[in-house]
Design a protein around this ligand. Structure first.
Ligand code: SF4
Length: 478
């Protein structure tokens, strides 16, 4: 009989992102994962470098053991803990069917089976703020540590990329961790309990090459724009199982529609119709008399979130394919704000600044106080992400700009590269050209989305007529 695979802290971390991801990790060999993209490998290496740099300053000790011999690793770890080593790096903690490899164990006061001291868990992350998945991973390690030292540490900590330590009470999260662990065991014993659900994280998941074709072949309801897990379960429960079923779904009465709201059914059915048509359905919407998008300029920024840098800032004005493109590639952080002010200063004083998503406002917000920014500039921001997702139903669930470009325009959103690679390009000889090309391509895509989706809105009177409620946008080229 083969031995059940150990549940690790990584499974806990993955489960929070997607239970199916944890189920696949527990049941498939690593060779089934797709190879990492170059920017993903770059980010991982940065994480390893940051951890190595952080622990080097602490004078840590690590257990020595033959590769993958975790029993030997656990014994070597116990020896270090009994000796009262101040910091243990990459300890091995083993318990029943669990295996934990925490980044750091730190010695603190308070009696335990080890002596008049015990240990707590620290994990080193490259994120700027603490997240729930990171907390649960530390709690998982703390529970294993409790078996070794005979007491549960009261607190755990996450070291963030600026070296700050965020602390939290272990007891506040043990029930949640126990629940996750119980479900992980069920998934390990019966992987068929889970199945994919299309979500924003799929595009960066090492199983996207498996799940996306599977969802498409099955006509899975999660492909439909606006679908939630709960709505999928309810619809399947009333016999509406595929995109084709949903496109023809006209239930009679609340029971037949699983008591879902009729407005929800109508919206989801439109998503299924768009998916079958292969083109976005533009929603009729009244134009506000104050709407001045036509006078706006597109503003876009490529960032390196880890380094908290704006690597390329670009403007397209007017916001059309033949608008004037201007770009700045600030070499240093101190150059970023003057470059932004110069670009904005070249635009008409009251032109709306059309941007996509939270990246630009967050970047400005982080610098506005230090640079005594004119609040009138932020007041001119118009988020196209909200406008574009509200103005049409797309032929698949869309989560970010690449999705909108692919499913709104039928263009390859990565033809000038992936925005996540900006930090990598900045270190390469041809980085300036790649950043410039990517920024210009994104701006042209935004201009085209604006033209096809937002400028296709009908006048108020027409929009009010029910028959004119939807208009298909031009079908994207295959
Ligand atoms: S591709 Fe998506 S559904 Fe599949 S395991 Fe990854 S996150 Fe989950």
């Amino acid at each position: 009989m083969t031995r059940a695979r150990s549940i690790t802290g990584t499974h806990v971390y993955s489960y929070v992102k997607c239970p199916h991801l944890a189920a696949l990790d527990l049941s498939l060999p690593r060779s089934e994962r797709r190879p990492g993209h170059e920017w993903e490998e770059f980010a991982k290496q940065r994480g390893r470098d940051f951890e190595a740099q952080f622990v080097a300053a602490l004078g840590v000790q690590a257990p020595a053991y033959p590769e993958r011999d975790f029993a030997a690793g656990a014994a070597a770890t116990l020896a270090l803990l009994r000796a009262g080593t101040p910091y243990v790096h990459q300890a091995v903690l083993v318990g029943d069917d669990r295996l934990g490899l925490p980044d750091l164990l730190r010695k603190i006061d308070g009696a335990s089976d080890l002596g008049d001291f015990h240990y707590e868990v620290l994990d080193v992350k490259t994120s700027g703020r603490m997240r729930g998945d990171q907390v649960l991973q530390v709690v998982f390690y703390a529970q294993l540590l409790a078996q070794v030292q005979g007491r549960l540490p009261s607190h755990g900590g996450i070291v963030l990329k600026d070296g700050r330590e965020e602390r939290f009470r272990i007891a506040d999260y043990t029930a949640a961790c126990d629940e996750v662990l119980a479900d992980l065991r069920r998934l390990r014993d019966d992987p068929a309990r889970s199945r994919p659900f299309l979500q924003g994280g799929c595009s960066s998941c090492h199983y996207d090459h498996r799940c996306l074709p599977e969802l498409t072949a099955r006509g899975d309801l999660s492909l439909v724009a606006g679908m939630s897990r709960g709505a999928r379960a309810i619809l399947e429960g009333v016999g509406c199982r595929t995109v084709d079923d949903l496109a023809a779904f006209h239930p009679e009465g609340p029971r037949a529609r699983g008591h879902l709201d009729t407005a929800v059914i109508r919206r989801l059915r439109r998503g299924a119709e768009a998916l079958r048509a292969g083109a976005p359905l533009v929603e009729a919407r009244p134009k506000s008399p104050n709407e001045r998008l036509g006078q706006g300029a597109l503003v876009h920024v490529l960032t390196d979130p880890y380094a908290e840098r704006a690597l390329a800032i670009g403007v397209l004005h007017p916001a059309t394919a033949d608008g004037r493109f201007a770009v700045a590639l600030p070499a240093e952080q101190d150059d970023e704000w003057p470059a932004f002010e110069r670009l904005i200063g070249e635009l008409p004083a009251r032109a709306p600044l059309l941007h996509f998503g939270p990246t630009l406002p967050r970047w400005v917000e982080g610098r506005a106080y230090a640079h005594e920014a004119d609040p009138a500039v932020e007041a001119r921001f118009v988020d196209l992400q909200k406008r574009l997702t509200g103005a049409a139903v797309y032929p698949r669930a869309v989560f970010d700009l690449p999705d909108l470009v692919r499913f709104g325009l039928g263009r390859d959103p990565l033809r000038a590269g992936h925005h996540g690679a900006a930090g990598l390009w900045a270190q390469q000889a041809d980085g300036s050209e790649r950043l410039r090309a990517k920024l210009h391509t994104d701006l042209l895509d935004l201009a085209e989305l604006k033209a096809r989706i937002l400028d296709a809105a009908m006048p108020v009177a027409e929009a009010a007529a029910p028959a004119a409620a939807m208009a298909p946008a031009a079908k994207p080229p295959a």
